[in-house]
Design a protein around this ligand. Sequence first.
Ligand code: GDP
Ligand code: MG
Length: 597
Amino acid sequence: TSPQYIRNFSIVAHIDHGKSTLADRLMEITGTVSFREMKEQLLDDMALERQRGITIKSHAVTMHYQYQGHKFELNLIDTPGHVDFQYEVSRSLTCCEGAVLLVDAFQGVEAQTVANAYAAMEHDLMIVPVMNKVDLTHARPDEVREEMEHTLAIHAEEVLGCSAKTGMGCKEVLEAVIERVPAPQGDPHATLQAMIFDAVYDEFRGAITYIRVMNGTVRKGQKIKFLQQGTTHEVIELGHFTPRRKATNSLAAGQVGYLICNIKTLDKVNIGDTVSVATGEPALKLPGYREPKRMVFCGLYPSDGQDFKQLREALDKLVINDPSFEFSPETSDALGFGFRCGFLGLLHMEIIQQRLEQEADIDLVQTAPNVTYEIVTKTGETMEVHTPQDVPDQGDIEEFRQPIVRVSFVLPTEYIGGIMKLCTDRRGTYVRTEYLSPTRAMLVYDLALADVIYDMHDKLKSTTRGYGTMDYELLGYEPGELVRMDILVKGERIDALSIVCDRRDADVRGRAVIKKLKEEIPRHMFEVPLQAAIGTRVIARENISAMRKNVTAKCYGGDISRKRKLWEKQKEGKKRMKSIGSVDIPQKAFLAVLETG
Ligand code: GDP
Ligand code: MG
């Protein structure tokens, strides 16, 4: 296909505004999948993605459409819909010339709508603004159009209306993509230069690399080079996604497709890397490659010490499929042998944890997540710290830095006061307020990432009755008044319960953690003192008084099967506990520190 008849685009939207539904509808209109073949939501094919209703990894599909006497090749590149995967979003957008910006005709402009629109503009994409769900009886098309014009620098008359559910207006969206989005530039005869925007792992074929060819042509059997990695490979197979893989002989400038090169693990394929020729002068490296940045860390321990090997195998398997996740062995006095794991963000963490429990069937003890800290010691050394246990003693610290993010909240104006208070309580720095319409506003604050990841999303939802949305971007590291707080159970420091917090919050946090632990740790035959301390200074204490434990005592003379059931239950409860010294600490207690943020 001549580049003139190629259009590369993506659909960007706030979650639930109908991106997947519209993508399916476009595939159906172009006959890319027959009705019979069409499963619901074809693009989100991973079970977990479907369960969570979000797109985690980006995918691509090539569609063909006859328009005004020409056959067009339309490449739809799907982008992940969550802030944790912002980098992948940006790589995907680099491969497009245009973006359909989808907004729900009832919900209107939301935080990720704004973030996505800005991202598309930064990549100089032609934006095709579309209002979806116009079939809803409570749709408010005029207001939403106005919001879009007001916030996104879009002319209201350019906004198309459609219903991805009924199909109404969807053909017009497709044709607007052809008419408004520019054809890709690039010379099919120049030296090969292609962008890797995604990669997935196939059990039988190894890494499948998703590329957009910027210049030149890549052919079957060709020797290619990944410029960032510096590795060379032979192209064994290449082709398009229809959305199943369909092999072809070549992919030329402007086209989107996949490469299979007998690469055994995904970490050999860097998203954002450039593909060029293996011999002779290679093309210029495309800008924008970045190492995945793990922002959130936690410890994962098998709740039964014997599962350590099994857990390692499961993690090894996961990392093959998702190199943005990392892990390394860690020992905890309290929890024994486990792993320190790094994630792109909190959602990423949840996803990995769920996969482990579902696919590997391992009972896990997870420690409270923490962000990465930068510490400058008195000796002038700068260290990156991924776990509170590794924070040096207060006297050795010159400067203690933490990641700061700029958070945008989009919410009905009546809740502005509530969110401002929430941000002020967390020592946020006010940046600005923008009105999207008379009733909705965008509020921008700079906050510590640690405060954002713990529960900001939940707090936002409860404060705004579900109407508020948020998005954030990393600004950098800034010095803070941070301290390491330790928890002692029966005089023994439980390393896995140490946290880093603001000095000014330490007293309140300490008391709350101790109170929570008192609720979670069962009574023992002896008294269990609990303490929170900074260095040697105890800031909170409680005692769990002694009690005789005998669950069967309750069912006097009851029949034996009922007693047996109780014993079973008690055993079950034990399974998720860790014995530390002589004290049984249930898994939930390790998350107690999290709930008191
Ligand atoms: P995504 O998160 O942006 O991919 O959104 P989905 O495509 O998963 O859609 C979210 C929800 O909105 C689903 O329940 C869809 O059935 C529904 N939906 C999508 N498009 C429309 C539409 O045009 N009209 C109506 N009424 N519902 C829609
Ligand atoms: Mg979706």
